[in-house]
Write a protein that binds this ligand. Structure first.
Ligand code: UFG
Length: 340
């Protein structure tokens, strides 16, 4: 049996492929390389000593997708393939809806017709908006996301819920908090394309001198040091949660709909300034920064209640912020060597 991993050469996808291969799953990757690079495949092979099957195409190509299902005994899917830049999604809403939802629907058509179950979806804590209470558990009411990107995640969850109910299939909706870090081998990590939007890639490039200064978006939030608080989860821990969620679905032999929802975070909030300080301490480098106005659309605080994942998946993230940030710096050094 094989697991289809869409977006398997992307940031979280590649780390999950490594964990699946380490757990002896057969892996079939479909990735159109729109936000990833081919050398990641080679590096996955170096890390694991195993060779996943790889198809480079866009999931909107239904006929090519059908051929993949014809060629491999697909028993489940982990769907990472999606556009994910919040700002860009506001400027290109139609492209985001097309890319993120058509690809999902095309896979579900194959699942429906071929009687396949076991679907894991990359969702996001963005579905909660600014929650009224911390920590955020899975019963926290959802709010209409501010961005088109966030809406595609919420719609994806709804589509999958309806799919599971109507056809008695099993789905797991994984709501990620803020993934950071790279593999300990420093062979895979988050590829910076253009100017990073997210905090940790920007910090990494500032420490490396690629960017002059980090802009901290606001120090007047009602938090301890005035900067916004998030739950930063180490990407390898996050990848392991996917394997645990998949095992749970596959072990469930009932023929009823299963809709699992899990918050994946550490349970601990860290402020922007804490992240900057932790990066400096962990790597003995300086990160010059300036305080700027708030960024539009940002929330004040978000961190997860992770009890449900602990109980039902026997999973928790135990990598500290500093340990995770060390891997970021090793990854930066790897990228620098690659480019010189
Ligand atoms: N930040 C800065 N300077 C930067 C970048 C970020 O101060 O250069 C701050 C942000 O204002 C925020 C925190 O660092 O307070 C984290 O920002 P990120 O952009 O790294 O992460 P977000 O929490 O804004 O975004 C994450 C995911 C998105 C998702 C969003 C939903 O990356 O995919 O959560 O809330 F949509």
């Amino acid at each position: 049996m094989a697991i289809l991993v869409t977006g398997g050469l992307g940031y979280i996808g590649s780390h999950t492929v490594v964990e699946l291969l380490n757990n002896n799953y057969e892996v079939v990757i479909v990735d159109d390389l729109s936000n990833s690079e081919k050398f990641i495949l080679k590096n996955i092979e170096e890390i694991t000593g195993k060779k996943p099957v790889f198809y480079p195409f866009d999931l909107k190509r239904k006929e090519l997708l059908a051929q993949v299902f014809d060629a491999h005994p697909i028993d489940g899917c982990i769907n990472f393939a999606a556009s994910k830049a919040v700002g860009e999604s506001q400027l290109k809403p139609v492209d985001y809806y097309e890319n993120n939802l058509f690809s999902l629907i095309n896979i579900l058509q194959e699942f429906k017709q071929r009687g396949i179950s076991n679907f894991i979806f990359s969702s996001s804590c963005t579905v909660y908006g600014q929650a009224d209470q911390m920590p955020i558990d899975e019963n926290t009411p959802l709010k209409m996301p501010e961005s088109v990107y966030g809406k595609t995640k919420q719609m994806g969850e709804e589509i999958l819920t309806d799919f599971a109910k109507a056809y008695h299939r099993k789905v797991s909706l994984l709501r990620y908090f803020n993934p950071i870090g790279a593999h300990p081998s420093a062979k895979i990590g988050e590829l910076p394309i253009g100017i990073p939007n997210n905090l940790v890639p920007y910090v990494m490039q500032t420490a490396a001198g690629v960017r002059e200064k980090l802009s901290i978006w606001g120090d007047d939030y009602p938090t301890e040091d005035g900067t916004a608080v998030r739950d930063y989860i180490y990407v390898v821990d996050l990848a392991k949660a996917h394997v645990a969620a998949l095992k749970k679905l596959m072990e469930d032999e009932s023929n009823v709909a299963t809709i699992d929802i899990f918050n994946l975070g550490t349970g601990k909030g860290s402020s922007v300034l804490e992240v900057v300080k932790a990066f400096e301490t962990a790597n003995d480098v300086k990160v010059p920064y300036q305080i700027c106005d708030r960024r539009e659309g940002d929330i004040t605080i978000a961190f997860a209640n992770v009890d449900k994942a602990k109980e039902e998946l026997q999973w928790k993230s135990d990598t500290s912020l500093e340990e995770a940030l060390k891997t970021v710096w090793e990854w930066q050094k790897y990228l620098k060597n690659r480019n010189t």
